[in-house]
Write a protein that binds this ligand. Structure first.
Ligand code: NAD
Length: 381
């Protein structure tokens, strides 16, 4: 099959869905690879590097869409991109079908198939295709780098001839994929790192990474996320009160807060309130990774960097993976390549869009002119 990646058109997006390395692997599966001229440049991959990897470089998005059977992309398609899709083609990209029912209808009208990378079931077998986790890992790491860039002090403590420097205190709220990556980056820079999650089972992971788990003074067990397949469920009002009380105690002493708390299918819970921001020291930094879904901090403005009257910087950036475009393109294109490997079981360039396969079925949101979202629950763990 012919597989091609166009340039991303979303403003400020620097990632690309195919790298020269991923193209070499796709060719081993029997596919031919195509790239729109310049599509990889912001991620550090030149047209010449693609050509050297056996990829055909095509001028312009229209010609690229016309040339291929499979279009691979990062961002959900925009209308201009959907209008270029034709019946029988397949698009693989992030799509967020639950949030964009209109785009799902428009995609269906094209007659093309759509595989949504955000819908890959989170089962062990599909981890190699789990692009949400790949990107969350990068976002968590980058959140710490952004915090450091906006913080006027070291992370680590030092005793120098010019004086003693205390270590920074970092609080990570939410210890899923992004939160754990942030913990790793923060502890490796030498900060005193604390983390909180409503799922008590993550305490061990937090502690094994050199951070301390923030325990609440709360009679009932913390919400057990197991009932929702490893994700969090909304907390009871009493639990939430206990959580906010603990955060109010911590607010005057922490230097950096990185929030990553999300509950599937809901707006982000507000956990870092205005009065907590007001209690923080001048020069403190908050990085809100939940900004896309409304933010965990009450004062976050999506995609903005704001500085409050009391000198606290709040970052609501939603493009953290794109800020590390080489790394994120490398991991994302590998996730895509694994998806295509499962779609090419005989490694002979022949696609078998097998709707009996849990992973392929779960990720397919439009198939042969029908909307196939939401999928049935996966049979395998
Ligand atoms: P997520 O992005 O949905 O949420 C981030 C974190 O926020 C979660 O840990 C959640 O418990 C936490 N949270 C929610 N409400 C909170 C609150 N009020 N206060 C504090 N924290 C709160 O989660 P995610 O990063 O996608 O990962 C969720 C789980 O899925 C993790 O256990 C992860 O290890 C697991 N996972 C499994 C697979 C797999 O098996 N293939 C892949 C990825 C993730």
């Amino acid at each position: 099959m012919k597989i091609g990646a166009p340039e991303e058109i979303y403003s400020g997006e620097s990632r690309v869905a195919m790298t020269p390395d991923s193209a070499l692997q796709l060719q081993k599966l029997g596919h031919e690879c195509f790239i729109q001229s310049g599509a990889g440049i912001k991620a550090g991959f030149t047209d010449a590097a693609y050509t050297a990897a056996g990829v055909t470089v095509i001028e312009g998005a229209e010609a690229l869409f016309d040339a291929v059977d499979f279009v691979v992309k990062v961002r959900p398609p925009e209308e201009a991109e959907l209008s270029r899709l034709k019946a029988g083609q397949t698009l693989i990209s992030f799509f967020y079908p639950a949030q964009s029912p209109e785009m799902l209808e428009k995609a269906k009208a094209t007659g093309a198939n759509v595989i949504a990378m955000d819908m890959v079931p989170r089962i062990s077998r599909a981890q190699k295709m789990d692009a949400l986790s790949s990107m969350a890992n990068i976002a968590g790491y980058r959140a710490v780098i952004e915090a450091g860039n906006n913080f006027g002090r070291f992370f680590t403590g030092q005793v120098t001839a010019a004086g003693k420097v205390p270590p920074a205190k970092v609080l990570i709220v939410g210890a899923g994929v992004a939160g754990l990556a942030a913990i790793g980056a923060s502890t490796s820079l030498g900060a005193i790192t604390m983390a909180f999650d409503v799922r008590p089972e993550v305490a061990e992971q937090i502690e094994s990474m050199g951070a301390s788990f923030v325990y609440l003074d709360f009679e009932e067990a913390q919400t057990d996320g197991a009932a929702t397949g490893g994700y969090a469920a909304p907390s009871s009002p009493e639990f939430r009160e206990a959580q906010l009380k603990k955060f109010r105690e911590l607010a005057p002493e922490v230097d950096i807060v990185i929030t990553t708390a999300l509950i599937p299918g809901r707006d982000a819970p507000v956990l870092w309130t205005k009065d907590m921001v007001e209690m923080m020291k001048r020069g403190s930094v908050i990085v809100d990774l939940a900004a896309e879904r409304g933010g965990n901090c009450e004062l976050t403005v999506k995609d903005e960097r704001i500085v409050t009257e009391n000198g606290v910087t709040i970052l609501g950036y939603t493009d953290l993976p794109s800020r590390m475009a080489t790394q994120s393109s490398t991991l994302y294109s590998t996730n895509i390549r694994h998806m295509l490997a499962d779609l090419t079981p005989e490694k002979d360039g022949v696609i078998n869009h097998n709707m009996e396969d849990d992973v392929i079925r779960g990720a397919t949101v439009v198939h042969q002119g029908e909307i196939t979202f939401p999928p049935p629950p996966p049979k395998v763990k």
